[in-house]
Design a protein around this ligand. Sequence first.
Ligand code: AVI
Length: 331
Amino acid sequence: MVALARSRRLPQSAEEQFTADVLAGLTAAPKRLPPKYFYDAEGSALFERITELPEYYPTRCEMQILREHARDLAGLIPQGSALIEFGSGSSKKARIVLGAAADKLAAYVPVDICREMIEQEAAELRPDFPQVKVLPVTADITQMFPLPGEAKAAAVRVGFFPGSTIGNFEPHEAAAFLRHAGKILGPGARLIVGADLIKAAEVLNAAYNDAQGVTAKFNLNLLARINRELSGTFKLASFEHHAFYNRERSRIEMHLASLKRQKVKVAGEMVDFRAGETIHTENSYKYSVESLGAVARGAGWRPLAAWTDARDYFCIQVFELVEERPLRAAE
Ligand code: AVI
């Protein structure tokens, strides 16, 4: 940390960025690590296992809503649209939308940081939806990225942001992301967002403290990744997974708690831990249909439709980009 600050060099590679973010987070008070680093190959496989856990309801609820309202959803997709999925991962939810709206879609553009995964998914989708051009883009969805020509030329671009990934942004970041999505998708855009809803604390706490300990492994994998990639000396048995619902802030917080006083070396730097001190690794914000609608409105989107599952655990909302009208002289 000190060495990086002294050198005043800007991080260049992904590895330098990872080193800088980890050292900055571990020397901050309180300690924290960015949740985006959960998703190396090991972490992505653990996340896939989480989505199948009996306690982790979001994925099942979202798939159920998509299946149940696939026709209504297709009705809100204009003819000749391109579907742009932000952070597509396995594309299994997009398959439901493609199944219902393939005749309206000129192109499907899965966007993800992991090139191999989207190339592979694209290869599997093409034979199933021959009438839709599948055009994967490797990019960080929080940064500006160019769309393929076919998507730019489409009648309308429809964004798809499922999985409650919006919940892993801080509220101001969620608003900024929705504004940024509007800029990428352009005039007339629509946006389909999946979000986890506020509910009983027991249900939420169980979803992030599963009996098989997969979520604990997913959380601890962040330390294992630092050991693998940044010559870290974390002893995983000396840290414990903590996840709890913070009702005031409508969010699940995940932390890694140090079970004793200890020193850990990371990328050549020594980091001290007090007994009980935690590293804050993730927030997962929970919304209401109204609160998500309010964030979206503030970011220039008008709600068109909202559906929830039978228990109101999860929602899918569809928005339309509000046209920016130039001010007239009298206004
Ligand atoms: C990816 N994201 C929406 C998950 C969530 O529920 O916030 C990540 C996760 N963390 C622990 N379990 C699942």
